[in-house]
Design a protein around this ligand. Structure first.
Ligand code: 9D3
Length: 247
């Protein structure tokens, strides 16, 4: 189901995405997802976001969510029974079970192609871990996909879940407003963007390139394309190769 492709088609069939987040820190999501484009998408009903505190699904008196690893080792592991209970109850809130994603350093690297695929799902259930990880049985039996946001170590899966939600929301039709289309973007074209300038045309002797002030639209477009190619080749040889192959 998750075959890599470049670029994936734009979200056209689905006009609303429901996202459920299972986390030990639901409050960590409130600030970042209550501002700007995400807030607007939520207010418009394009993004239907629900936060769930995993601790509320712990059955014992102490609301235990983690335990020592079998076989020994560093740190604690999130319990399979608590996670499974939380997931089952959250899934039952809607008719569609949704695609269950565990944010994990061992997951598939998030990129533009995966973001576009996910933005076409009607329902995503994101599980953010803490401690050293979760019981492997939860991943084996309950999780459809593990996603990483990059090769660096974070303290938990909350920020990665927010990154995923932010990136996916931009692809829900209408979320960016009418002025912008994600189809025209840097990564959709496979190249980095050209440099941008605004007034004043000169500041402390720092000049805006003449061509941009010339009013000669064909020359301007040619310059922009040259800039995109040159910077991509220099800064992101990996993207440049892929662009070359796709041409
Ligand atoms: C000491 C063992 N750690 C390996 C380096 C295990 C570990 C477990 C949990 C390391 C980090 C985390 C917390 N990170 C995430 O949950 C996480 C993450 C990340 O750290 N980097 C990039 N993407 C992601 S998605 C989830």
């Amino acid at each position: 189901m998750w075959l890599p492709c470049w670029p994936a088609p734009l979200n056209t069939e689905i006009d609303r995405v429901r996202v459920d987040v299972l986390t030990l820190f639901p409050d960590a999501f409130r600030g970042p997802l209550d501002v700007s484009m995400i807030a607007r998408a939520r207010a418009q009903g394009l993004l239907d976001l629900h936060l769930h505190d995993i601790r509320e699904y712990a059955a014992d008196r102490h609301r235990t969510v983690d335990d020592y690893p079998f076989g020994g080792g560093q740190g604690m592991v999130m319990k399979v029974d608590v996670l499974d209970q939380a997931l089952m109850e959250v899934q039952a809130l809607e008719a569609t079970a949704g695609t269950v994603i565990y944010l994990s350093p061992q997951g598939r690297l998030l990129d533009d192609s995966l973001v576009r695929q996910l933005s076409r799902e009607p329902r995503l259930i994101l599980v953010s871990g803490r401690y050293e990880g979760v019981d492997e049985r939860f991943l084996e039996h309950c999780v459809d996909l593990e996603v990483s946001i990059g090769d660096y170590v974070l303290t938990g899966g909350e920020l990665p879940a927010m990154v995923l939600i932010d990136a996916v929301t931009r692809h829900i039709p209408g979320a960016l407003g009418d002025e912008q289309s994600p189809e025209e973007e840097s990564f959709a074209g496979g190249l980095l963007e050209h440099p941008q300038y605004t007034r004043p045309a000169e500041y402390r002797g720092w000049q805006v390139p003449d061509v941009l002030l010339s009013g000669h639209h064909a020359n301007i477009e040619k310059w922009k394309q040259e800039q995109r190619l040159a910077r991509t080749r220099l800064r992101r040889p990996d993207l440049f190769e892929r662009y070359r192959e796709g041409e």
